[in-house]
Design a binder for this molecule. Sequence first.
Ligand code: MSP
Length: 649
Amino acid sequence: MDKPTFYITTPIYYPSSNLHIGNAYCTVAADAMARYKRLRGYDVYFLTGTDEHGQKIQRRAEEAGVTPQAFVDNIVDGIQKLWKLMDISNDDFIRTSEPRHTRVVQKIFKQLYDQGDIYKGYYEGWYCTPCESFFTETQLKDGMCPDCGRPVERTREEAYFLRLSKYQDWLLDYIQTHPDFIQPVSRANEMINNFIKPGLEDLCVSRTSFSWGIPVDFDPGHVVYVWVDALTNYITALGWGSEDDSLYQKYWPADIHLVGKEIVRFHSIIWPIILHILGLPLPKQIFGHGWLLGVAGDKISKSRSNCVDPVRLCDRYGVDAIRYYLLREMPFGADGVFSNEALVNRINADLANDLGNLVHRTMAMIAKYFDGVLPAAAAVEPVDDALLSMAAQLPEKYAADMDAMHFSNALTSLWAFVSECNRYIDLTAPWVLAKDPAKRDRLGTVMYHLAEAIRICAVLLQPFMTTTPGKIFDQLQAGEAQRTWESVLRFGALEAGVKIIPSAALFPRLDLAEELAAMTGPVPETSAEAQAPADEAVPAKPEITYDDFAKLDLRLAKVLEAEDVKKSDKLIKLTLKVGEETRTVVSGIRGSYTAAEMVGKMVVLVYNLKPAKLRGIMSEGMILCAADAEHNLRLVTAEEGLPDGVQIS
Ligand code: MSP
């Protein structure tokens, strides 16, 4: 009989910079689910990939002086290496720049247009480049992007629109009659009350102000809006609309689109409507997980100083410890804080003490008392009851939590069982039994129970950890049949008489103070992070003398006028007042400030910089800004009270 299928996806990641631990969180969770379903006998298809188009990437590439394709190729390579390092078992990796994707997106766009669900009009509104999202005036928060709080740009251009408004009632009805469609339930309520009920506006689905996107093939100059491009990856990867759609036939509709909570909106509004218009079935579930927060309670992200590099963590603590921590520490639907301290404490308490000691003590006792040969179990005594009944109940409880993506609860149950095993050692005191030859059978029973309980733990750990279960199975000489889901449904699958092979501690204990010092200090030269392309690192410049510094003539200047430079999406032409003098400066600040916002600002001008022509305009100096890794700029200025023209020293 054919196995049941299970199709799970992660969001496709923006390759605008290296990924951080928050991104890894989502992929590790999807991987745990994929591995769990495989363990349960499903034919699993697990998809991840990269979302490579858009203005943000085009800008980053321009800044790096390379083509967008070369720019993303480099970062995508790093992402694929990260997933390999973290043992992510994806079946495919889709890149939205691949022809198998772009061809089909063009086809979908055309079909929606031909059906009258996409029409041509004018877009006028506010655009947030980092979020690749349009907003109406009322959606802005204090004039800034309501999602990320960064500046937005006023945009008016000819554009295509998708008729979301037409399908509003249908979508509302669908969500209300399919309670599992958006999970957790709180996110469904948020979609209904905050977005659908207030009214869906038609969505602008093409852009003309940049070129790094999938061209609308019947209207050159337009590229497809990145979210329409990105969402369709879930079916283009399966070959929908291509000559071979066998994967689509087999796996669609997806069982779970796993996404972060801030992008549930795109997945539960735009995506279902596109599928509905195309006449295709909807995914069974969109699960919006919470965010990993920094210790200050803010979302971990590349653009903030709190980002945590997964490569560095895996290098230092091992992949299994990191995967375990991510899924154990916080309930999956909710936000949770990532801290080095909590990580080290978990490794010490759960992995080194509870699990590591259990395995180590048990193997050492079998080696010592039975010369390493696993004894058979004899008669059961009342003191065994708690352990045996917990072993009998564990799989069902664990499965219920895993099926609901309650990873943390599943691990909590598993660790309650690990603790019960440790308690069993204390209760049965094998070292006392070992002194009495008449208790030899009893000692053997205790050892067998422990070994078997450890095997069950290793089977259930397989979705979470990728090397530790194998190490435990090897010590126990457990074969394929003793690693399956079915094998945990009956206590007693291990065969007595095998020679166990004790090995080194699974997880060495860590010194908290030492770890905190190491993880907040500089990146060691040998770490993979140090060797990776240092996309975010800011290398120190060579030392200079005071005389070198004194060569700079910095002056305060006031912006009198500002206008966008034509045919550039970065540059603004500024007219500056510097004391009695007026200067023209062309500045690449447009992603972060609008021309209108610049007027009246006091800026710091490099007054004696050799003039240079930019887009045909002579720029007489430059203004100073601070930039983060995402190239979000903030003007450098002086506190109020000084006139323009004064020199800065
Ligand atoms: N490209 C879009 C997704 C398109 S899917 C058709 C995107 N990319 S992303 O790289 O910005 O984010 C990818 C995923 O990482 C999202 O699900 C996002 O929620 C998740 N995370 C980013 N930072 C996170 C945390 N700090 N914590 C948990 N998940 C986080 O969005």
